[in-house]
Design a protein around this ligand. Sequence first.
Ligand SMILES: *Cc1c(COP(=O)(O)O)cnc(C)c1O
Length: 432
Amino acid sequence: MQDVWNTESLAALDKAHCWHPFTQMKAWCAEDHEPVILVEGEGATLRDSRGREYLDGNSSIWTTIHGHGHPKITAAIRDQLARVAHVSFLGTTNAPAVELAGRLAGLFPPRTLSRVFFSDDGSTAIEAAMKMAIQFWQLGGDPARKRFVAFDQAYHGDTAGAASLGGIGAFHDRFAGHQFPVDRISCPEELDRIPSGEIAAVVIEPLIQGAAGMRVWPRGLLRRLRGKCDATGALLILDEVLTGFGRTGTMFACEQENVIPDFLCIAKGLTGGYLPLAATLTTERVFSAFLGEFDEQKTFYYGHSYTGNALGCAAALAGLDVFREEKVLEKLQPKIAVMADSLGELKGHACVHEIRQCGFLAGIEVRDRGGEVFPWQARTGGRICEAARKHGLLTRPVLDTIVLMPPLCTSESQLRSAVAAIGLAIGEVCGG
Ligand SMILES: *Cc1c(COP(=O)(O)O)cnc(C)c1O
């Protein structure tokens, strides 16, 4: 087949000039490594420059909720593009952003999360929540509340403030001298050992910690955490960057425990995975603390150039329409059951240590036959995912946990093929 995409010259140019995130570039740039160059996508399927097809097994790094090339989202972006792509949200406003703010607030009970602050990605949504929390307490006459509390193994993004909250040693330890003060807990009850008058906010990934390796929280933990925050006056920040937009089976994970936070951070799936856009939702209680005369200096001095980006907001509005028009959440429930059922078939493999599923998201952890973790230097999870490509599945592990979280539009047969690919790959790497 003729290589219309010029794979070899693209690969050479990439190796000459690109620097990829979370990637050891020495191995990437090695002569015998040909990067997968993705050129087309349709629904849950991606195609590379060599014409090979894959199921998008991790929704393009956890973002693509409605699949690729959705006609409704594509048209919405085109229509907006024909009017204007981007205008400033500092001093002016724009129709899609206004409409989206209203639609997002409308996803929660009236008079709860009624204010929407836009930014660009998950990390900045967290940064905004952190700064709002600090300034909220300064304005409220309680400036001693400036500590954050986060959970062991947490991941909240890579910008410096968000990374301060992170509890994954390999990512975060080397920057330990450059971080905000953060106390770390492993359950809500441990909040009792921190002087409650010093806590600005507590932050958690509700229902499931993603980057920790798809670790599912015990049921009821989120509810208990809300109770503790109410008792101590600490604000609660929910990081729904991963869990938002149907991933856990409901629109937002917090619905499953009937919890309303003081801040809700959303990003990855907000635009259906089409454009970078994020939002920090908060309450009128927080918002109103920032209201005052100009010279009172209560303004929230924070923002990014692309705040309220019109294209991103148009995509997000279309994504919300897709949820409604295509009954995405209703159709998802049987698929969640199919995912559980087909993952069950992997349990017989001697190296499958644990399967953790939360809604339409699963982590398959492999260990050696004795139940011991493989040495991390062996890159077992990474090699399994590379092997799975040959069987038509594209995904990435977290250490030795294989991530399966395809777009919500994935069909039952695609899902079963993806699980079969993981089974074959585990067999190839770990032995039958
Ligand atoms: C991905 C992620 C983030 C960071 O989002 P970016 O868009 O990568 O900055 C924050 N929190 C959670 C739970 C995430 O999964």
